[in-house]
Design a protein around this ligand. Structure first.
Ligand SMILES: Cc1cc2nc3c(=O)[nH]c(=O)nc-3n(C[C@H](O)[C@H](O)[C@H](O)COP(=O)(O)OP(=O)(O)OC[C@H]3O[C@@H](n4cnc5c(N)ncnc54)[C@H](O)[C@@H]3O)c2cc1C
Length: 444
């Protein structure tokens, strides 16, 4: 049992992997036949395909369409044990991982705990502007979006209705762009005919980006295409404007107040606290600097990969926090560990093979940058769709997602329009009361 870090271990070495995201799961799968005990720890019981999370948040897909139980994914690996728990530290001296109230001993440790959203030091904004990282985040955003329409339908004050039908998305990277396209289509297509008092077509969706263009990691032509496509869909794109405050009644953009009931955060990213666990300085986003062997300097028994690690390409440019980087690093670390376990020569150091950048804008266009190739429009959209379906883990999920997409493409329906949460009715009342309170005195 791998629970007691101070037990006398048997002869087989133990590899502990923390995080069953793209990076950690790749390591675990590739160590299926390794002569070692593999312990895979995650605080969630499922592996999540984050690139389609925005579709759960906007009621296009259900959580189970893009998530799989970790246990079932490694079911056939006799050498692998899954543990559900939250890691809170690493005792490097005793070679233990600290998880909840127990220590897990390791011979080799892989930290692949990903990243989360960051609020640039304004953590209090999190309550008003949830970010999108987990299934819970997505269902919470879905709940807020759908509740806003329900409240608007029952609201008598025009200005309160306007606030309820204003949705602000902060951050013009791929998540913000995809979210904005999907939210506006939810409002103007899927919900268009379902209400009697309000007209969801009048929903005001704002996408706020502090920089001069959307999709800053993409070539400029594609950024422009995405911006124009969003504007055509009816999104109010605001560039070079930063959110300076965020509260339950909306956001401040410098001196301008935007009254909005729903604010979605797609701006900053903060790595998991792995740097603190290892007592090393992280970069600005908290990532652990690793060498091309994917190990922090001087730590021969520890690997850090995926969004938690800061790595560079051959030209010295930091690699982006995307799934292909995480997966390739996972494969590289697995090969290195296999070689160590079998006493073989170390494989070549990590070198990223570019798999391109993709983002979709609504259900008709997408942008793809792959090497020198620039693609936009419907062909890019189809390639984006095929790629995302291909990378889903199981055949079942591929079929489900494909069917859902085809159905909503022809019918505009969003099948997952559920407002979940035990206290929905209570929330409804509370929110209504809060909306009342938020109204300016003259409006009451
Ligand atoms: C909304 C969204 C959209 C995205 N879209 C794209 C896209 O279109 N294309 C693309 O390539 N990339 C996309 N990305 C980025 C991509 O998902 C990440 O780069 C990738 O998931 C990183 O993999 P990872 O294994 O490092 O981390 P993750 O996949 O985040 O996995 C980390 C795992 O560690 C677990 N964990 C974290 N902390 C602990 C702890 N303390 N104890 C135990 N377990 C812990 C988590 O539960 C999680 O399972 C998107 C990300 C988001 C959030």
């Amino acid at each position: 049992m791998p629970g007691d870090g101070d037990e006398v271990k048997d002869q087989r070495r133990r590899v502990v992997i923390v995080g069953a995201g793209f990076a950690g799961l790749t390591v675990a799968k590739r160590l299926a036949n390794a002569p070692a005990d593999i312990v895979l720890i995650d605080r969630q019981n499922h592996h999540l395909f984050q690139p389609l999370l925005y579709q759960v948040a906007t009621a296009g897909l259900s959580p189970a369409d893009i998530a799989w139980p970790i246990r079932s994914l490694v079911r056939r690996q006799r050498n692998t044990r899954v543990m559900l728990g939250e890691v809170t530290g690493v005792d490097r001296e005793r070679k233990n991982v600290i998880m909840d109230d127990q220590n897990i001993a390791y011979d080799l440790l892989v930290l692949a705990t990903g990243a989360s959203h960051g609020y640039f030091g304004h953590d209090s904004w999190a309550a008003h502007a949830p970010g999108l990282k987990t299934v819970d985040d997505a269902t919470e955003i879905r709940r807020r979006l759908l509740l806003a329409f329900e409240h608007a339908e029952m609201e008598s004050s025009a200005s309160a209705r306007e606030r309820l039908l204003t949705i602000v998305i902060v951050g013009g990277g791929p998540t913000g762009v995809e979210m904005a396209g999907s939210v506006v289509e939810l409002a103007r297509r899927a919900l268009a005919a379902d209400f009697r008092t309000i007209d969801p077509q009048h929903t005001h969706v704002l996408l706020i980006e502090a920089g001069p263009r959307l999709l800053p990691g993409f070539p400029e032509t594609l950024s422009r295409h995405a911006e124009q496509a969003l504007r055509r869909l009816g999104v109010d794109v605001r560039l070079k404007q930063a959110v300076t405050d965020c509260s339950s009644i909306g956001v401040m953009l410098g001196n301008e107040h935007v009254a909005a009931a729903t604010v979605i955060w797609a701006a900053g990213v903060t790595a998991s606290p792995a740097a603190a666990w290892l007592a090393v300085a992280g970069d600005r986003a908290g990532r652990v600097l690793v060498g091309r062997d994917l190990q922090p300097p001087g730590m021969d028994d520890i690997y850090v990969i995926g969004d938690t690690a800061l790595t560079h390409d051959a030209a010295g440019t930091p690699l982006p926090g995307i799934a292909p980087v995480a997966k390739q690093q996972g494969a590289c670390v697995a090969a290195a560990i296999q070689a160590r376990l079998r006493g073989k020569e170390a494989p070549p150091a990590f070198r990223y093979r570019d798999r391109g950048l993709l983002a979709t804008v609504g259900r008709k266009t997408a942008v793809i940058a792959f090497g020198r190739l620039r693609l936009k429009g419907w062909l890019a959209w189809w390639l984006w769709g095929i790629a995302h379906i291909y990378f889903l883990v199981s055949l079942r999920n591929r079929l489900i997602v494909m069917t859902q997409w085809l159905w909503s493409y022809v019918s505009a329906e969003r099948g997952a329009r559920l407002i979940t949460g035990l206290h929905t009715a209570l929330d409804l009342d509370r929110r209504r009361r809060r909306d009342e309170d938020a109204r300016l005195p003259g409006e009451r």
